[in-house]
Design a protein around this ligand. Structure first.
Ligand code: SF4
Ligand code: SF4
Length: 372
């Protein structure tokens, strides 16, 4: 039997409103293959998008993430989509520098805002430009009471010197913190890995020490997947939690659709087209050469990042496998071991219902990769 293009009962439309950005982050993944800046405006019409939705997505619960480049640079498109489909759920992924320009009704209509930040001030400003860290936190404080949903820090954890205190401090400004290990050669020298392990051990220690929720998504997700293993599979049909194999459609400004925003430079990843009104199943799928099913972490990790696995084991990029993918997998395994040391089942059993509910079913799991 042929599988449908979208697995499950919901679909995330990740609309890249522009590939322009007002910052120049040194590690930006859209820089690969000259994608960044190549499509400045959306060239499909909203009528074409509606026809695509009617043809391929009817019956699914639809949620939209505005993505870029910096999506707020095309605020007109964001507002037009929100006005046209007021029943959808909306999320914004932003660098946070222009948040204070968003109208109140847009802020009120967002169920989550993912704000990119790199940890502390020195590291963030080092990658993003002087003054950016303070500007982003100032904007967060300015909009916080007007956002309909949650504010989540999205940390690309790249720097070896990012400290526990810097990550911990983000919980004062955001409802949740999600961190993801940078996919960059050179970031995983033995000393750098040792530092990341030490910081993760502190984060996990603090997570289990309190009676309230310590809102770090990768730790929450790991605990959820260990205590309620079926939750690691149900929203993703047993595939990767980043949704790239099942139900996320990254729509480029020209209407072309790809499963992963980091692989839009590979023609074989083309999955559909709004303008041509066609869609097929994600080409980014598990492959027998990937090691996940033989891995001790698979029950909770579920094949963390399919892009990384694809490049390392299907494309056969040995340097990328050794210098990026394998070190990240070791860190994921370490996270699982640290969680196990604190007996997550006993912790979950003694937590108040409000904490258990958020660990089991946090809405932010639907917007991020869950695993680091
Ligand atoms: S840790 Fe690595 S090998 Fe293991 S399941 Fe996760 S992605 Fe796959
Ligand atoms: S985690 Fe998923 S969406 Fe993110 S880069 Fe990897 S494959 Fe792409």
């Amino acid at each position: 039997m042929q599988l449908p293009a979208i697995l499950g009962d919901r679909v995330e439309l990740q609309l890249l409103t522009t590939l322009r950005c007002n910052l120049k982050c040194s590690y930006c993944s859209l820089g690969v293959g000259e994608v960044l800046g190549s499509q400045r405006k959306v060239t499909y019409t909203l009528d074409a998008l509606d026809a695509f939705i009617a043809t391929h997505l009817s019956g699914y619960e639809i949620y939209v993430t505005f993505y870029g480049g910096e999506p707020t640079l095309n605020l007109d498109l964001m507002m037009a989509v929100m006005q046209r489909h007021p029943g959808y759920r909306f999320q914004l992924q932003t660098n946070g520098t222009l948040l204070d320009r968003l109208p109140d009704w847009v802020l009120a209509g967002l169920s989550n805002i993912l704000v990119s930040i790199d940890g502390g001030e020195k590291v963030t400003d080092g990658y993003r430009g002087r003054g950016i860290y303070r500007r982003v936190l100032k904007n967060i404080a300015a909009v916080r009471g007007r956002v309909g949903g949650t504010l989540t820090a999205r940390v690309t954890w790249s720097d070896a010197d990012t400290s526990f205190e810097e990550l911990d401090r983000l919980t004062q400004h955001f409802d949740y913190v999600y961190f993801q290990f940078v996919a960059q050669d050179g970031a995983y020298a033995p000393e750098a890995v040792a530092k990341k392990r030490a910081v993760m051990a502190q984060l996990v220690q603090k997570f289990f020490a309190g009676e309230t929720l310590y809102p770090f998504i990768p730790i929450m997700g790991t605990v959820r997947n260990k205590v309620l293993p079926s939750r690691a599979q149900e929203r993703y049909s047993g595939l990767t939690q980043c949704r790239a194999s099942t139900h996320i459609l990254n729509v480029m400004p020209d209407g072309k659709i790809y499963p992963c925003p980091d692989l839009m430079y590979l023609p074989e990843m083309l999955q559909g087209d709004v303008v041509g009104n066609w869609l097929k199943r994600s080409p980014l799928q598990p492959h027998p050469d990937m090691p996940c099913e033989r891995c001790a972490a698979f029950a909770y990790c579920r094949g963390n990042c399919m892009k990384n696995l694809h490049l390392a084991y299907v494309k056969g990029d040995a340097a990328y496998r050794e210098n990026v993918v394998e070190p990240i997998c070791e860190l994921v395994k370490f996270l699982g071991e640290e969680v196990d040391r604190h007996d997550p089942h006993a912790w979950y059993a003694r937590m108040p219902m409000s904490v258990r509910d958020r660990v089991a079913d946090c809405a932010v799991y639907e917007y991020v990769e869950v695993m680091p």
